[in-house]
Design a protein around this ligand. Sequence first.
Ligand code: ADP
Ligand code: MG
Length: 300
Amino acid sequence: MSIEVQNISKSYGAQKALDNVSFSVKKGEIVGFLGPNGAGKSTLMKILTTYINADEGKASVNDNDVNENQKAVQLSVGYLAEHNPLYLDLYVREYLEFNADVYKVSKARIEEVIELTGLTPESHKKIGQLSKGYRQRVGLATALLHNPDVLILDEPTTGLDPNQLVEIRNVIKNVGKNKTVFLSTHIMQEVEAICDRVIIINNGKIVTDKKLDKLVSEIKEQIIEVEFDKKINLELFSKLTDLTNYKNTHNNVWELTFETENDMRSALFDFAQENGLKTLQLNLKNKNLETIFREKTSKK
Ligand code: ADP
Ligand code: MG
């Protein structure tokens, strides 16, 4: 296993940040660690990278225990911290060389990570002159220097503009081809864009751990907004099979809920015609992954 977490708990004073967390990540997987702010994502990542210790439980990276084998863990992991500190006065290469010294990394490898993270056109600049997106690339390049098997990236795209975000995602997908990637985010779209699997954490507890396609296939409910040209006789709704709920939102606009995997829009169109009605609009307001995330992490 690349990452193994067994019954990890961690408190800060009276605040329980992680509550009996367990999961594992296989070699080569790209796993999204999703949760709202304060859920415990960074805390777990700091434990996995040996920056802090858990109160209870066991964790290992590349089969090295985070307590017993810290050096080996650090060598297996490339870590991009949440607020990655960079020296703004240093040139990109200078900064990478400085970090390379710690790991005894060759000059050739520095050029390799510059290339890999798309830093080449900006590599002659000082870090302070770079955009946020390029600073994140410097962080990623640093994490990659010692060619670790496992990448742990704490909210790598937070604070980036939409273009930078897409670019960094592509860089991560690219470098993730030969590595295990465990990345945290509070955005479901991020998981959809990069990951094979999602682990959702809320209030320090794991609430979902699934392959993305499994999660998608679980969505059976379908919500359609339909506007008819005139008032509808409610009894007609009984003709619609798989209809589980209907709600009048305004005038002749209805929100209909079906429990089916078939797209009900064409059936609704026919239904209207057969019953002397016209459909003025017909919108699929399907439950998407974002909705699942909100359901799993909403405060009860
Ligand atoms: P996330 O990364 O998911 O936003 P964190 O792991 O940073 O969550 O935080 C989890 C909880 O632990 C939060 O309630 C946070 O306020 C608390 N916490 C995190 N770090 C500390 C700390 N150093 N001291 C006290 N409380 C902390
Ligand atoms: Mg965090």
